[in-house]
Design a binder for this molecule. Structure first.
Ligand code: SAH
Length: 253
């Protein structure tokens, strides 16, 4: 067991939802933490491992309360650590994958707070695996690209070279892309990706309420709109999606 030192912060990934996907380090962190600051995407069943007197703070939008701002969260982490607490910052998926973990860790480093990173299973790999979609596979797809479909203003990110992405990888895995899917799929098709390329949308991946929508690049926006599939969802594009026909292990579960 790794000792959780007082006055330190652990940035921990809780995986995409199924509590069985927590790491042993994450469970240890939950058992030892004095303060737990968790995101909205964290399955709160895992908080059952916490000490009875651990302080639990939800840092996401829940129950109608406004969510704390990023700099308030960072300030809390630093203040609790300076007060000698064992501070667990629990994030959905992996803390270093579109989770602001890097920004929080940088602030901790600047404040000289000791910290540790505990990786988690990211939705874009583990979540797709629950839908029977491998992000790489021999003969079909030997490269994968991960991107966000949402910049800090809520728009399809300008910083992404969509022409390059269209050609760069067999599998394109997109986080936070549901809202901008019309613009993104048009940009990928304009960049040379076939309009018929298979697409899967996996909502609430790894949870009992998981939903999977299969479509194509050309029809994705319309199908997503008519199906009502919302967030959180991972959208992936590429022929690897077709392997789901054989690999959808959950359907027989
Ligand atoms: N750090 C997280 C990602 C945070 S960004 C990770 O590594 O998985 C939030 C986005 O992650 C969501 O908008 C969605 O695209 C994706 N996501 C997280 N959990 C998910 C889940 N259970 N099912 C589908 N998508 C999920």
């Amino acid at each position: 067991m790794t000792k959780f030192a007082k006055g330190s912060v652990w940035l921990v990934g809780a995986g995409p939802g199924d509590p069985g996907l927590l790491t042993l380090h994450a469970v240890e962190a939950l058992k030892q933490a004095d303060v737990i600051i968790y995101d909205a995407l964290v399955n709160d069943i895992v908080l059952d491992w916490a000490k009875p007197d651990a302080q639990q703070i939800c840092a996401g939008k829940r129950g109608g309360k406004p969510s704390p701002k990023q700099d308030e969260i960072t300030a809390m982490l630093i203040d609790f650590a300076k007060a000698g607490k064992r501070v667990l910052r629990l994030k959905g998926g992996d803390p270093f994958v579109f989770g602001r973990g890097a920004e929080e860790a940088a602030e901790l480093a600047a404040a000289n707070i000791p910290f540790r990173i505990i990786p988690g299973i990211t939705a874009g790999i583990g979540g797709l695996a629950y839908a029977g979609i491998p992000v790489t596979s021999k003969d079909v797809n030997s490269s994968v690209i991960f991107l966000t479909g949402h910049d800090k203003n809520g728009l399809a990110p300008d910083a992404i070279d969509w022409n390059a992405v269209a050609k760069a990888a067999g599998m394109i895995v997109m986080y936070m892309a549901t809202r901008n899917i019309a613009e993104i799929s048009a940009a990928l098709i304009a960049g040379g990706r076939p309009a018929s390329d298979p697409v899967a949308v996996v909502k609430n991946a790894t949870l009992p309420e998981m939903e999977v929508l299969e479509t194509t690049l050309e029809t994705a926006a319309a199908d997503i709109a008519s199906s009502g599939v919302g967030s959180p969802a991972i959208i992936c594009v590429g022929r690897g999606v077709l392997l789901r026909e054989q690999l959808d292990w959950l359907k027989n579960d």
